[in-house]
Design a binder for this molecule. Sequence first.
Ligand SMILES: [Zn+2]
Length: 316
Amino acid sequence: MRSMAANAVLLNELLDRIAPSHRQAFRRDYEAIRQLPGAPTDLQEFLDDFLDHCHRLYAGTAGAIWFRGPDGGPLSMKSSVGFERLGLDNGHEQAHRELLRYAMSQNRAFVVKPLSAPAPNSGVANPTDSFMVVAPIEDGGKQLGIVEIFLGPTPRRGKTIEERNRYAMWLDHLVRYLCQGVELRFLGSAAPLQPALVNLAATKSEIEGYKEAIRRSLEVTLNSYAGMSFGSLRNNQAFMRSVHELLEENGLRIACAECGAPSILRCQSAGNSKTGVFLYDHYLSTGRTFHGGPSTFPNIRLVAKPPRRRSGANDE
Ligand SMILES: [Zn+2]
């Protein structure tokens, strides 16, 4: 792995050779690639983002990332861009596969000219009319797969052999970020924090959705008893106890019809009412307060139970 200083030199040399109008786009894609390993994405999104930025950084026409199966199985394509345009399915697939196999045996990136061999006696060839930059993905001595970028018949960047060879070195450098991103997502023992936090946040909002569904369902059920009484004070109290248990289990309270504060609805005897009256029992800034007083179960609205008060008062 090249040192940071050497990379800075490499970057500046490359930038010198890129048309000034392209330098900004190049820098932008490079900066984006450097941020990708720590981004809150899963493996597939990471690979797609990586390839997308690489292919733009090279002003390429197509590209793909291949990974070897577990236990060194055959290469399979994990991400691709513009691949269908290459015409490889037109009888050139096998030749392309052989080129990839050759790349797996290399320890650094290389450039292959259109319809040419990567090296004398390599026994393989680039079956397309595109220049290619191909890099083995090697991590900790293990060959994981291949990144390949197609530059078209006349590359927009890298017009001379010397420049194209720099692009090969550059792809080796970028592959470090690819390895880092893959390690963070799968191979390392430490789970990446960012995606974990994103997952938790997603789960939290899913739970909020369930809670809201429960709240609405309970509201509908309870309001089907609006305007009713259960015949005696004792029955009304038994009903309200069950209602409160159910609400308590779900962290809910009944909004007071008078002031809107979260309250516990109770049925209590009052004056000449045989079946009692329904009262909203709640703690306001002035202390424990009862509002209301209908003689039948009222139409209600459910709200979240407020956080526990710090005083010793019992809101049960
Ligand atoms: Zn009230």
